[in-house]
Write a protein that binds this ligand. Structure first.
Ligand code: ZN
Length: 486
């Protein structure tokens, strides 16, 4: 890529898109050129293109290929691994103008959407038809459906409903060759060899550009019950999870957060924000239980049964020393307030420039890992505040180190990178994954070998080369120095 080829590409795309849909200078370059990954990477896109149709995506891909300019596909830019950050003069292909819900099929229970429809739009459109798209997370107002497919987003109800991967019926994808693949959508059964659709889920924009997504929908529960528990230790968190799971209830979320997370959320809200319990607790667990589908007339009775079941379970947990206190939400507003303590953590931490790690452990090893992690932090970064929250039901922890007020960003990052090497080796020793739900992007590419074996990496490189032999799509993502793609 040279200045000449970039200029030639700009001229070609100006003709195709017009000046409103091709940004080549100004603050929008940096805005659309990065996501929420805090790796300290230099954000350096050459231009941002805003296609509105699949054929415009194809034309952009063809023009980029002719001029040898690489492409970073970009959705709602809420990703935390830098997969949608442009660092080497790429064209950023933003899907934000492809934001229409195209079709909802009530009989098939599917919905076809353009790439840039937000998760919230998907949920709202499903709800208007009396249905549910159950993948849910705090960034839903901005995150795009295609981006969520490219990163196989998880969220807060994986314990009940699984990951994005479980809810994708079909995809339309533009390949690096500019050919379009239509991968299912209409057929429930289609046993005809390799399922290419699954390859694009979690591919982080390295195999193709997702232009359209058909999601599956389901029946919503008739209601939920939410409780927040004060829990004395990591071990008790796991014991409580096992107890609730044995309890003949449909657990739809089981989230943990430590006291520091609550403190930061309250600080973020301002001086009159109230703590959930009179006494602070080292850990908290938010439990959500779903009520079964029921006729209107039976709902109240079903709610009372489930509520009294949960109350007695938590009573037993208190006797066993697994919880110190608990509160139930008896109205929707109270339930939303308890959920907000969990969902506001990301926003509350953002201004402290957290160094994040999103890791997965076998559930039985979560407490042992958390213990070793705290020891690692106090040995290597004793002056740094370390916070943990996550989806215990999936063995998924979000580990956050907050930058001390007196540390420069560069100094803090350098210390964090030294810590990362030990952290991901620790994850490997506990048979975990270096990324649970955020993906690899730029952030984790040098640690992939802790989770993927050499034969797996070889196959992944071969797949990348088969789909994108020239390295046009999101180069430098997923594959690190050791795992460099051809
Ligand atoms: Zn999460």
């Amino acid at each position: 890529m040279t200045t000449d080829t970039v200029h030639a590409l700009m001229a070609a795309l100006l003709e195709l898109l017009g000046p409103e849909r091709l940004v080549t200078s100004g603050p929008d370059l940096a805005y659309y050129g990065s996501d929420r990954g805090q790796g300290g990477w230099e954000v350096r896109p050459s231009m941002i293109a805003f296609p509105e149709t699949t054929s415009e995506i194809q034309a952009i891909v063809r023009a980029c290929a002719e001029n040898g300019v690489a492409i970073v596909p970009s959705g709602g830019r809420t990703g935390l691994a830098g997969a949608a950050t442009a660092t080497r003069g790429e064209l950023v292909l933003s899907l934000s103008r492809m934001s229409r819900v195209l079709e909802l099929d009530r009989a098939a229970r599917t919905m076809r959407c353009q790439a840039g429809v937000t998760i919230e739009q998907v949920q709202t459109a499903a709800a208007a038809a009396g249905l549910l798209y159950p993948v849910d997370y705090a960034a839903k107002g901005s995150a795009h459906i295609a981006g969520s497919v490219a990163t196989n987003a998880g969220g807060v109800r994986v314990v009940r409903y699984g990951l994005t991967r479980d809810w994708i019926a079909g995809l339309r994808v533009v390949l690096a060759s500019s050919a379009v693949l239509e991968l299912g959508g209409g057929l429930v059964k289609n046993n005809t060899g390799y399922d290419l659709r699954q390859l694009f889920i979690g591919s982080e924009g390295t195999l193709g550009i997702i232009a359209e997504v058909t999601v599956k929908l389901c029946s919503p529960p008739s209601g939920t019950i939410v409780a927040l528990c004060a829990v004395p230790s990591d071990d008790a968190v796991l014991e409580l999870f096992a107890r609730v799971r044995r309890g003949r209830l449909t657990v739809s979320a089981f989230e943990c957060l430590d006291h520091g997370c609550i403190e930061r959320v309250l600080e973020h809200r301002g001086s009159d924000a109230a703590a959930p319990f009179a006494e602070p607790s080292p850990h908290y667990v938010l439990v959500e239980v779903e009520l079964p589908e029921a006729d209107e007339s039976e709902r109240e009775a079903a709610r009372e049964r489930a509520q009294s079941r949960l109350v007695s379970l938590l009573g037993e947990a208190a006797e066993a020393g697994e919880i110190d206190d608990a509160q139930f939400a008896s109205t929707d507003a109270q339930a939303r307030a308890l959920w907000a303590l969990r969902e506001d953590i990301g926003e509350a931490l953002h201004r402290h420039h957290p160094h994040k790690a999103d890791v997965a452990l076998p559930i039985g090893r979560v407490a042992a890992f958390a213990h070793d992690w705290r020891r690692l932090v106090s040995a290597r970064l004793p002056d740094v505040e370390a916070l943990c929250f996550g989806h215990v039901g999936d063995g998924n922890l979000h580990l956050n180190l907050l930058r001390p007020a007196d540390a420069s960003h560069a100094e803090f990052l350098a210390r964090c990178h030294a810590y990362d090497r030990e952290l991901y080796a620790l994850v490997e020793r506990h048979a975990g994954s270096v990324s649970a739900e955020h993906g690899i992007g730029l952030l984790k590419r040098d640690y992939l070998h802790h989770t993927r074996s050499e034969p797996e990496l070889e196959l992944m490189r071969a797949i990348k080369a088969a789909f994108d032999p020239a390295g046009l799509l999101n180069p430098g993502k997923i594959f690190g120095e050791r795992e460099r793609a051809p």
